[in-house]
Design a protein around this ligand. Structure first.
Ligand SMILES: Nc1ncnc2c1ncn2[C@@H]1O[C@H](COP(=O)(O)OP(=O)(O)OP(=O)(O)O)[C@@H](O)[C@H]1O
Ligand SMILES: [Mg+2]
Length: 204
């Protein structure tokens, strides 16, 4: 299974989600397309390293995908709309787009949906999961995002919600992830629920 975590907007949590999801997958390879190479840098602090490849050119990306056909792959895309990021998404089974529930973020998502629409023409099997990320612990009203998502039959809004929790980044700084640190804490449960949803989406 190939999953791209992608958005043309920077700072929405792609790298944080990539790393926190990673330990739940068996036979996993990560691909780092982030120009700042965040996940590769964070990986240096880890005792048990994730297998991460960097791809600077489209050819690199094709080679990594070819060499790891039998693996689970998560691609941490860069926060811009570029050819290589588009190529990653087109070659994926699932794209996860992290979105916050404020109006600027929803506008940015609306612009990115236009890009996704074009990519689906090239890969009609692509499953698109919009994921509320970095939302306040008490927020319950996501009507604006739901309304937008409902306009497009090719997008699903994830049932999982990833709230703003210090644990996500704190664990990464300590060379671990929320799931590896403590399976019972809230952040870890959110990630486990998301993982299950991804699995179900792939199989369903
Ligand atoms: N659920 C969350 N809870 C707390 N902080 C979060 C959450 N999601 C993201 N953040 C914070 O938001 C910032 C941006 O996250 P991250 O670097 O993962 O974004 P990105 O989409 O990979 O950015 P870029 O496009 O620049 O690569 C980081 O400081 C991260 O810790
Ligand atoms: Mg990043």
């Amino acid at each position: 299974m190939i999953i791209s975590i992608a958005h043309s907007k920077g700072g929405c949590g792609k790298s944080l989600l990539t790393l926190n999801l990673a330990p739940l997958f068996k036979d996993l390879v990560l691909i780092d397309l982030d120009t700042q190479n965040s996940i590769s840098q964070i990986n240096q602090f880890r005792e048990r390293k994730f297998k991460i490849f960097q791809a600077k050119k489209q050819e690199d990306l094709f080679n990594i995908l070819d060499d790891n056909e039998d693996k689970n792959i998560i691609i941490d895309c860069g926060g811009i709309d570029s050819d290589i990021n588009r190529l990653a998404v087109v070659n994926s089974d699932i794209i996860i787009v992290p979105v916050k529930d404020n109006s600027f973020e929803i506008l940015a998502f609306q612009r990115y949906i236009k890009v996704i629409e074009k990519l689906i023409e090239k890969n009609p099997d692509l499953k698109v999961l919009a994921l509320l990320n970095n939302v306040h612990a008490q927020s319950k009203d996501f009507e604006r995002l739901k309304k937008l998502v409902n306009k497009y039959e090719f997008i699903q809004l994830a049932k999982s919600i990833i709230r703003t929790r210090a644990d996500y980044a704190n664990c990464l700084e300590l060379g671990t992830t929320v799931f590896e640190k403590d399976k019972t804490k809230k952040a870890s449960k959110e990630i486990q629920k998301l993982y299950k949803e991804i699995k179900d989406l792939k199989n369903g």
